[in-house]
Design a protein around this ligand. Structure first.
Ligand code: PLP
Length: 399
């Protein structure tokens, strides 16, 4: 078959199955309320329940000002990888700052956490080693593990019994080093990894622990230091990966934080670091400001927590089925993809922007609308959203 015809056929199939993803341009900054074109020449405003903008820092004026000042003092672009001529003082400052924030000795920057996870495994482990991975881990971890020659073991999400079985199997297979890897917060379900038990098992079986804390750094735990701080496992986790593209200003950039030799080795061997451009000065300067603001933002964390509680209670009272949890990720379970999409459409009509998730992002029959709370939302926005869920849910017979 002709290549282009084959692509068109596959795209048609995605459309037919309701799995086609389209993008909706926002007319302005990321925020609790966003403006979009109404399709009739005008605009309308939606309450936004699907950004990873947990503390509402994506459009913080001090962060934008710091980014602008970063351009003034350090220019627009680096036009180099880090080790040739792409390292500025502010890159070193951001590495030191993020390392201290997440409780590690040192850190290394990447273009995104996708790249951090893509580079970390291959650079540190070889065919003699084993990686034991939670089945709900992020796609970038799955890809990073694929690029590494280590033996692979998988355990069902959060199943600590299975994790221990896999550790034993890795030993039986003669693994030299074993690395357990987990998301800190699982992005589709909103649950927090049981890092205490994971660290206990790691110690008992002589394994290392890596946590991808993208959905936690900046807003979960004391001072927003993430799930290791939240679960009291700060000094027991070996490697933390994370992003500046979510809570910490939401621009872009990722990092790996760990002990010094780990970071030194990544600077020598991590391919997405060695062969990709250095982070832009504006992003670095803005992210530095974002960490400072996030660390002191107990007021925003309190607002986020109270809105999370109110929205969860409100949806439950309306009769929606939620996944349990305490994070600002609140998944509304709807079963079939079609129902999730219909509800998303109806919510849009009611002035609320949500994203439906369905197979293959989540298991078949477990389609959902993933709502995310944000300190950028006002209590009024949360009530508006609940009213919209009630109206839309009733119209569709979902409640
Ligand atoms: C968002 C996310 C990533 C990717 O981070 P980027 O910085 O956007 O590349 C990786 N892992 C997890 C768990 C994420 O949620």
């Amino acid at each position: 078959m002709d290549f282009y015809a084959s692509l068109s056929a596959t795209l048609d199939e995605l459309r037919r199955d309701g799995l086609f993803k389209s993008e909706r341009p926002i007319l302005g900054p990321q925020d609790g309320r966003i403006r979009i074109a109404d399709g009739a020449g005008g605009t309308r405003t939606l309450v936004n329940l699907c950004a990873n903008n947990y503390l509402g820092l994506a459009n913080h004026p001090e962060i934008a000002a710091a980014a602008a000042a970063g351009i003034e003092s350090h220019g627009f672009g680096m036009a180099s990888v880090r080790f040739i001529c792409g390292t500025q003082d502010i890159h070193k400052a951001l590495e030191e700052t993020i390392a201290a924030y997440v409780g590690c000795e040192d850190a290394i920057l990447f273009a995104g956490c996708f790249d951090a996870n893509g580079g970390v495994f291959e650079a540190l482990l070889g065919a003699e080693d084993a990686i034991i991975s939670d089945s709900l881990n992020h796609a970038s971890i799955i890809d990073g593990v694929r690029l590494c020659k280590a033996k692979r073991f998988r355990f069902a999400n959060g199943d600590m019994g299975e994790l221990e079985d896999r550790l034993r199997e890795a030993d039986a297979a003669g693994a030299r080093f074993k690395l357990i890897v987990t998301d800190g917060v699982f992005s589709m379900d909103g649950c927090v990894a049981d890092l205490r038990t994971i660290c206990d098992l790691a110690e008992r079986h002589g394994a290392l622990v890596m946590v991808d804390d993208c959905h936690a750094t900046g807003h979960l735990g004391p001072e927003g230091r993430g799930t290791p701080a939240l679960t009291g496992t700060l000094s027991r986790v070996d490697i933390v990966t994370g992003t500046f593209g979510k809570t910490l200003g939401g621009a872009m950039g990722g990092f790996v934080a760990a002990r010094r030799p780990v970071i030194e080795m990544l600077r020598q061997r991590a391919r997405p670091y060695l062969f990709s451009n250095s982070l832009a000065p504006a992003v670095v300067a803005g992210s530095l400001k974002a960490i400072a603001i996030a660390q002191g933002a107990d007021d925003r964390r309190a607002r986020l927590a109270s809105q999370t509680k109110r929205f969860r209670e409100g949806l439950t009272a309306l009769g929606f089925e939620l996944l349990p949890g305490e994070t600002p990720i609140i998944p509304v379970m709807l079963g079939e993809a079609e129902r999730a999409q219909s509800l998303a459409r109806e919510l849009d009509r009611e002035g609320v922007y949500v994203a439906g998730f369905f197979y293959p992002v989540v298991p078949l029959g477990r389609a959902r609308i993933r709502t995310q709370m944000s300190a950028a939302l006002t209590p009024d926005d949360v009530e508006t959203a609940l009213g919209a869920f009630e109206a839309a849910g009733r119209r569709l017979g979902a409640i």
